[in-house]
Ligand binder design. Sequence first.
Ligand SMILES: Nc1ncnc2c1ncn2[C@@H]1O[C@H](COP(=O)(O)OP(=O)(O)OP(=O)(O)O)[C@@H](O)[C@H]1O
Ligand SMILES: [Mg+2]
Length: 375
Amino acid sequence: MRLREISLEDFRSYTHTNLTLTAGVTAFVGANGAGKTNILEAVHLLSRGESMRANGDADMLRWGASVAHIQALVARAEAERRVEVVLIGSSPGRRRGRRWLLDGAGKRADDVVGEAVVVAFFPEEVQLLGEAPGARRRYLDAMVNQVDRRHRAETREYQRVLEHRNALLRTLREEGGPAAETARSGELAFWNEALCRLAGSIAERRARTVDELREAFQEASRRFTKDLPLDIAYAAQTDAGSAAERAAEYERLVVEKGEREVWQATTLIGPHREDLAVRAEGRELGSFASRGEHRSAVLALKLAEAAWIRHRSGELPVFLLDDVLSELDPRRRDALVEALPNDAQVLVTAAFAAGIPPRLLRDAAVREVMPGRVA
Ligand SMILES: Nc1ncnc2c1ncn2[C@@H]1O[C@H](COP(=O)(O)OP(=O)(O)OP(=O)(O)O)[C@@H](O)[C@H]1O
Ligand SMILES: [Mg+2]
């Protein structure tokens, strides 16, 4: 899969910019603040439905503009499609939000996100494997979403179930006692069933993904950290296999933890409490790794992700490398360049061309980025 063209209108520092991209490597080179990351952010938003750094869509509208527009021509094996997203800020008479379009026709986000497939390396993510588990769960779900649209729908539904169930648990705690639980047993049974069913299928997909990723991750991590053999696992509350088996296990845990859940008025069972665990010889990465080791582990994870996407969807993702190369030592930088598939489209940014390894630069189209435009 590759991007043939991207166009930005009133997105961040760009009023109107149209870029034709080559199949291989494009290097965006320019001073700090010139607008390099903005381009990668736009591509990421269009592909994955979210920005890696904006707090909200308003951040991404060019200052003073009320609508931003990103378009791309996405060439896949079977066809070429035009993918568009319009970000609408608050303005009189217009509803805020996003509009998604595919070949000019309005669509739901779920039907457009994933048309373009990217794997991104952003400096913001260096701590992904050291942060709180929430970031890793989001990362893992976003990854599964790239190849399975049901996952997106189910995680959203699961979120809704959690909110209802937590509200019910709060009511039970306030009303107190077995009488309340009897009076509301039908309601509780309803939410328990929904919770465990969705939990089973979400956790099964996540666990299967991590399993499929594992070998590629180990291999990639050896490229970066020869003396630190890293391993990855889905740290789940149950070690059951299929979605149905997992659902049954969650049901058992719901009974076991029922009293505590009411007491704490929160749902303790389910994939919102599970984690993507990276370990070296049994130790959690977060407990000992240096910043550089963290970065290596994240790079390995992303390379494994790209291989996994290709394996599952048959499409090679576009690689977005924002400033990553300049932060790596020469050996790791070479390791990363070597690990990139030869036929991949790569969009890389750097403050100066010398920051890009010769092997990557040799065949690259170098685009000079200046505030508001790309030469
Ligand atoms: N909503 C916005 N409207 C207009 N300009 C914006 C907006 N958001 C950010 N900018 C501008 O975009 C520029 C930052 O762009 P970007 O992050 O792409 O820089 P960069 O080239 O990646 O720089 P660095 O080398 O420091 O990473 C800044 O000058 C910032 O002021
Ligand atoms: Mg940048």
